[in-house]
Design a protein around this ligand. Sequence first.
Ligand code: PEP
Ligand code: MG
Length: 921
Amino acid sequence: MSAAPDRRSSNGAAPAVSDASAPSPDLSGRLVYRFGAGEADGDLSLKPLLGGKGASLAEMSRIGLPVPPGFTISTVCCQYTIDHDGAWPDGLAEEVDAGLHHIEAILGARFGDSASDDIGGDGAPATAAPDTEAPLLLSVRSGAAQSMPGMMDTVLNLGLNDIVTEQLARATGNPRFAYDAYRRFIDMFGDVVTGVPHHHFEAALAALKAERSVTSDLDLTAADLRTLVARYKAVYETHAGAPFPTDPRVQLRLAINAVFASWNNERAVKFRRINRMQDLVGTAVTVQAMVFGNTGPESGTGVLFTRNPATGEATLFGEFLANAQGEDVVGGLRTPRAIAEMEEAFPGVYAQLVDAARRLEAHNADMQDVEFTVQDGQLFLLQTRNGKRTGPAALKIAVDFVREGLADPPTAVRSLVEPHHIDQLLHPQFADATAYADRVIATGLPASPGAAVGRVVFTADEAERQRDAGERVLLVRVETSPEDVGGMDAAEGILTARGGMTSHAAVVARGWGTPCVSGCGALVIDEAAGRFTVGDIVVKTGDWLSINGSTGEVILGQEALVEPELTGDFETFMGWVDDARVLGVRANADTPADAAQARAFGAAGIGLCRTEHMFFGDDRIGAMREMILADTDAARAAALDRLLPFQRADFAGRFRAMDGFPVTIRLLDPPLHEFVPHTPGSQQETADRLGVPVEQVRAAVARLAEVNPMLGHRGCRLGITNPAITAMQACALFEAAVEVQAEGVDVQPEVMVPLVGTVAELADQRAVVERVAAEVFAERGVEVAYLVGTMIEIPRAALTAGAIAAEADFFSFGTNDLTQMTYGYSRDDAGTFIPAYLDRKVLPADPFQTLDREGVGQLVSMATTSGRSTKAGLKVGLCGEHGGDPASVAFCHTVGLDYVSCSPFRIPIARLAAAQAALSA
Ligand code: PEP
Ligand code: MG
């Protein structure tokens, strides 16, 4: 193929719209890439320029698969034509002409009046029809580098006018087909290019059918369709204010510009925003010879997946409609047939499809989603792309591809399973995710994945009561607090009106694998009246509600669920994952059940045990409150003594569950106010228990209230002002360690001091821990090796990490607080403004979900380096919620952390993300 001209410059016109921050696309290279007849100018590596469709057509042509010839105009031209009111960059007109000649040469057909090479000459008068018997019609289709299905525009059957239509009728011997193509073209061109609404054409069609007393389009004759064409032209002229353009070259130019312009239509812009597609320069436009699936019974059109996208089963899966064009399939007017039925009806074509599917899978090393058309028994492929699939299908396909020799294990790990697929495997899902779209009443944050269904309750107590009575409940709260954990545990799912991705409900629910939708601001909750409203919709206590914690959807009614299955393929695949990764993965686990679940999911230890959750059980919250409200040292010591056996048993349980792995136990972190009684009933109960007047309890509760509790008396500040608390926790921890070690368990305790901002704070708490350890070991006559480290979750700690490392055996980044304090965004209130920030692109992503590499990440990277420069080989992990986010895990790999720690149900996801990061490094 001859090289295209390579010198480009703007045509000098000032841009109509300019975005100073966006880099101008490079227009100096080739602008048009041709394909067909076993050759192509481009290939898959040029996807950013050719879009997915253009690149796949080039690639299919190269490997000798049957594609109609065509050419693709590069994405770099898109913004230029939009900015310049439809003017083309210099040289594009010539390259498009060369592209047209290329198609004509391959097919021996002519487009419009090919004697003129002037595609740039707008408004040229309609010319005589080509004198060949095979007129060339074109499709003009969009295609960006990332799939945006159905978001942009397409024009089919381009090139028809009265004369060419007659010629098509003669060439095919099928006037009905020719006039049907013509009326479809006028409709589509009017709708897409000129903005004449489709319903005006529909109305003309309906009127004609009524006149002819027929119900189906198929009952209209060629003469009827000729009449319809005349009426469509009149509709066009009325609404467009000009006659339908009859020059095919003018049609082509206008259609190309319209497809470029559809890049900025409302739904495409919205789609890119929702899917955070920020790096694309525009759509490519592929101009390709039309092939027709509606020329007769030996023709048809269809879509297929090379394997079943729901189950992964290795058979062709899809639909086929005989004697039809693409819109007929999408339009739903006729019911397509399962692809398997083609084997009997079209054995030759079916065999070709099976062969093409095999070659495409081998070539792309992935399952494919293919569009095809059969014209008079001849197969043409129109597009292929990697097929979307469910989690179970992804896993089966990955393992089968390796077994079949189509991919090696690293390739399967890198590209055949995505982290969200793994997520699907671990949680119940709705049996039919397409069934409930019309019952979604609100959407909040997808705080903890999986689907849940239950009857609505508004208080934690009610949740527990109903659960105990055998009911499935969904807990709906404005927001949750640690006091609600009993009810949260009882609930199938949790829905909150306030809070972000790291608020209490989100963190706790993720830890348990309980589906949760948080920060659903549309909910107006009236707890006292036992109902919530969303606009006019009222949902009362006891009503059925379903939530999708993977999407944030809140759905009226009781959806059917399916349980996940972890098959043998899961273990095989995760084995390949573990072979590939460098980064360790631990669990944030607060209970022995969490620890056991985490271990089953492949956690190599506990990276964060939040001990505060151990104080809420009915048997211990009383003693905790006594300790907090005690007004003498002796009373406090007595309360702590009562708590100690509980803590010891708790720690022993975690050590046993994690035999042979480290267990990081964090000292008490939240402000004490979270533990005191807030309702009149619980305040009275505490007063009775302590034998004091209830006023005294209320006064103590009021005294502990803080204006900014998250920046208040919490973390190591508690331990420094109440060393007895630290001492009790350390004593419980070391006594448990000695006890469990004596059972033959390999115990590896790591004591973690929270919310340190200065090295002196860590030194203070370390001294308490070491003193208690020495006392326990002396008393028991045995030692257990242990580490004392700290969380790095205050910017000052990150900035002084070099000094802090002198007192630390390990660091663990608490990126929830580190994000909160670096941005100055309250993690519990960020849900009120972050959605607006994302919509307006003030933030690229929610920093509480995906680690902000630029700011927070800089602190992580810097603190790791300076910590290790003080102490070579310092063990460094991360235990904020980011530890289960694939993009954040990739960053942790890059920075050289030793491990991430995340909630049990995210462990397999973190393992996969760590492996993918290692494989793509
Ligand atoms: C953190 O701040 O990242 C962290 C893990 O601690 P918590 O969420 O308990 O404050
Ligand atoms: Mg924290």
